[in-house]
Structures are given as structure tokens and as C-alpha cells.
Ligand binder design. Structure first.
Ligand SMILES: O=C(O)C1=C[C@@H](OP(=O)(O)O)[C@@H](O)[C@H](O)C1
Ligand SMILES: C=C(OP(=O)(O)O)C(=O)O
Length: 433
């Protein structure tokens, strides 16, 4: 199997919860930390080791992209990848798949190569917003050929140097624009003084804490003391050893299962301190009435009889939207999720996709520009479409716990961040996890 290719579709009947759940789950490494560790390692002046990396399509695409511009990445040991940086080569091409991290993080790195680097991706990747990255690099003096599309496919006509300096961007469509520029900034001649000037705030802000923390760990000087402004001094990044935390976004559907089906779910190795946005699921589940406890094995959630109605603003943790929407879609309600207009630009238009699928299972749902309200849940069986989006598959799995006979039209899309998700889910629902 080609680990970077879009997977062949696979239908899957989501397991129905005949009884309450009692599972212990080990989730793979964080996509966002693995992506940042790879990029920072490539930009460093010496070799790095990445322990417990996420092994999935998005991180394989990142590795392949880095290799194509001349970075040596050894992925022979699943528990420790090693990265040996080199001069960035032009005359190469990068497949972004459907990975936001690849299509945003690699163009500023490629701008430091000695010639053109071409970027393209899956059909839907061409529809995801990338005007921010293209405009920002142009603002820094980098030539980009995009046929006027301001989106994939495009070519970065790199000359080996980026001047850097002051730059204003509108990062309201994706926080990844800021992360991308900050990581490459120490290698810009004048560093970077970046300001977000959009009308709407930057979404998914914990990811900015993550990038700043990881940059500092690699030896960069970063000043983020002013809101919406980040200053990065020019300088060398150090190679180092990175240890990747478990992915809390991917843990969230399992924790939601304890509420949807009743019972208890423990996620092993939950970090007590983290910059991961997915950590917000703990507070959300408490608000819904679940018990959330630290246990020696990790974090345990014990589901309540029925989730307590509420309205959530998930602007900072919007990847939780699909699995929570599914939980709400099979519960009494009402529940609302707001502040997530930007997820219309994720792997699919998630607001529209969730509203469509929840209505198919019989839920009464109102759609807003920035979210939706589930007035009452439903339990009608049928086909749940996943739109090539891993988190729509996670959502279908959560809904399927309560809807007997719910069939996902494709579960293979989970390969983006967790190729074995369906097996782990079946194990959690049917057997002792
Ligand atoms: O920087 C990152 O690793 C990510 C930032 C977020 O992107 P958006 O700001 O586009 O939501 C998040 O949704 C994505 O899955 C990962
Ligand atoms: C939005 C997501 O991914 P990406 O990194 O492709 O933006 C996601 O994983 O939910």
C-alpha cells in the first residue's frame, strides 16, 4: 500500500452499542506535533529524532515533501524517526494530499530552496483556502506562480533566500498560516514581525501556543506578548529529540462514546499539561454531565444518563465539532455549536456535511454560517457519508453507537490521521479495549 496515496473507499457498518462500553484506548501520536517536529527538524542546523511520531497519511505526506526538497528522513523505526537536514533543493514537487499542515507549512520552507518547488494535492485540497500563504510569501518577496487561483496547484519559484521583516496577514480562515510563517521565520534574513489584521480572530489558537512552544524548544527567540503579533528573531534552530504526545483530537470520539453508549472509556497517556487544542474535550464533557477523572492509566470518562443541553463556542477547538455533533444528533437536545465558520474550509465543508448527515438520521437541525443547532436528535438508519474526511468518519462511528444499522459510505479516509481507527473502535465497542 502506498502510504501517501488517497485510500481506496471502504464501506463500514458502524458497531451499534448493545451494552454500555468499558474500554481502554491507546491513541497514536499527535498529527500537529509530528508535523511541527518534522518541519522544525528540517529547518535545524543538526539532526533530530522524533519519538512516537504519528504514522499516517498526513505525516507520510510531510516526510515525502521534505525528502523531495532534499531532507533525509529515516522512518525505518516506527518509534523513532530521524531527520538529517540538508540544503533545500528546487526542481522538485510536493504532494499535499488533503493535509492542511503540508499545504501551509511547506511553502515557506520551500521558499528557502535553490529553485522552483511545485505544490498540488487531492481534488478537494484545491478548494481549501490557501490564499493566505500565497499572499504572505509574495509579501515577503517570493515569486509564486498560481495561475491567478490563489490556491493549489502553485509553484514557489525559490531563490534560496527570503528577506523577511514586517508582514500583515489575515489568518481568520486558518491558524496554520501563522504557524507556517513562524516556523520558517528564524531562517529569514531579517526574521519576521507578523501581525494578524483580519476582521475575525485567528481560529484554533492553541495551535499557536504549540508552535511558539516548539520553536522556543528548538532555540528560537519568539515574542508573542502582544495579541495578534508574533516576532521571531533570525537565528539557528537546533536539532533535538522530540517526543510526541498522544493525539487528543483522535481520542475525543472514544470519550464521546462513553456518553453516547454509557459506560467508561480510558485514554492512556493523557498529558497533564499540553498545548493540544483537543484537551478542551475534558471541559466539554464535564459540561455535558459526564464524570472526567485522572487515573493512573490516563484520563477516564464515565458517561451520564443523558447529556445536558448546552451551547458551545468551539472556535479554539473546532476539530471536536464532528464527534460532538454526532453525539448531539442522537441525544435529546437542544445543543448548539457556534464559532466554527472556518471549518467550512476543512477537509470538507464540515458545517454543511454535518447538518446534512444529522438530518439523514432524523435529527432536527438549524444551520448557521458559523455552526448549527440540534433541536432534537434522531435514530433513523441509513448511509452516513464521510466526504473523504476522517473526522466525518469518526462522527459516523459515534452516531452508529445509537443508530442500529448505520453504514459509513467510506471509512478508509481515516488513514489521514489514524489508519487503524475502525479496528480500534470495534475493539472498544465489542471487546475489552
Ligand atoms: O496547526 C495545526 O496543526 C492545526 C491547526 C488547525 O487548523 P485551522 O486553524 O485551519 O482550524 C486544526 O484544525 C488542524 O487540524 C491542525
Ligand atoms: C482540519 C484538519 O486537518 P488539516 O490539518 O488538514 O487542516 C483536521 O485534522 O481536522
Amino acid at each position: 500500500m502506498n502510504a501517501t496515496a488517497a485510500p481506496e473507499k471502504r464501506r463500514w457498518e458502524a458497531p451499534y452499542a448493545e451494552a454500555s462500553i468499558d474500554a481502554v484506548v491507546r491513541v497514536p501520536g499527535s498529527k500537529s506535533m509530528t508535523a511541527r517536529a518534522l518541519v522544525l527538524a528540517a529547518l535545524a542546523s543538526g539532526p533530530s529524532t522524533i519519538r512516537r511520531p504519528l504514522i499516517a497519511r498526513d505525516t507520510h505526506l510531510m516526510v515525502a515533501g521534505l525528502r523531495s526538497i532534499g531532507v533525509a528522513v529515516d522512518t525505518g523505526d516506527d518509534d523513532a524517526w530521524t531527520v538529517t537536514p540538508g540544503e533545500f533543493r528546487g526542481g522538485s514537487s510536493v504532494d499535499c494530499g488533503l493535509a492542511g499542515t503540508v499545504m501551509r507549512f511547506l511553502p515557506p520552507v520551500a521558499a528557502l530552496a535553490d529553485g522552483p518547488v511545485a505544490f498540488d494535492g487531492d481534488p478537494h485540497a484545491r478548494k481549501r483556502p490557501n490564499d493566505g500563504v500565497i499572499k504572505a510569501l509574495r509579501g515577503l518577496g517570493v515569486d509564486i506562480e498560481d495561475g491567478g487561483r490563489l490556491a493549489l496547484p502553485f509553484t514557489v519559484n525559490a531563490t534560496g533566500r527570503v528577506k523577511g521583516g514586517a508582514l500583515e496577514v489575515d489568518a481568520s480562515k486558518t491558524s496554520q498560516l501563522v504557524s507556517a510563517l513562524l516556523m520558517a521565520a528564524p531562517r529569514f534574513e531579517n526574521g519576521l514581525d507578523l501581525r494578524h489584521v483580519g476582521d475575525r480572530p485567528v481560529p484554533s489558537r492553541p495551535y499557536l501556543d504549540m508552535v511558539v512552544q516548539m520553536l522556543r524548544q528548538a532555540g528560537a527567540e519568539v515574542d508573542d506578548s502582544e495579541p495578534n503579533r508574533w516576532r521571531v528573531a533570525p537565528g539557528e534552530l537546533q536539532g533535538r529529540e522530540w517526543t510526541i504526545e498522544p493525539d487528543l483530537q483522535n481520542a475525543a470520539p472514544f470519550l464521546c462514546a462513553a456518553v453516547a453508549a454509557g459506560g467508561r472509556v480510558t485514554v492512556e497517556g493523557w498529558p497533564t499539561e499540553t498545548t493540544q487544542a483537543g484537551d478542551a474535550i475534558r471541559d466539554v464533557l464535564v459540561r455535558l454531565g459526564a464524570r472526567v477523572e485522572w487515573t493512573r492509566g490516563g484520563l477516564t470518562v464515565i458517561g451520564s444518563a443523558a447529556p445536558i443541553p448546552c451551547e458551545l463556542d468551539l472556535a479554539d477547538a473546532s476539530e471536536l465539532t464532528p464527534c460532538l455533533a454526532a453525539l448531539f444528533g442522537v441525544s435529546e437536545g437542544p445543543f448548539a455549536i457556534r464559532g466554527v465558520a472556518h471549518i467550512r474550509g476543512h477537509e470538507t465543508d464540515r458545517v454543511s456535511a454535518l447538518v446534512t448527515e444529522l438530518r439523514k438520521i432524523g435529527a432536527d437541525v438549524d444551520e448557521f454560517e458559523d455552526g448549527f443547532r440540534v433541536n432534537a436528535g434522531g435514530r433513523t438508519p441509513g448511509t452516513w457519508s464521510t466526504y473523504a474526511d476522517h473526522r466525518m468518519a469518526h462522527a459516523g462511528a459515534v452516531a452508529g453507537l445509537a443508530v442500529r444499522g448505520l453504514v459509513l459510505d467510506d471509512v478508509a479516509c481515516v488513514s489521514k490521521t489514524w489508519p487503524d481507527f475502525a479496528e480500534a473502535w470495534e475493539q472498544a465497542v465489542h471487546g475489552k479495549g
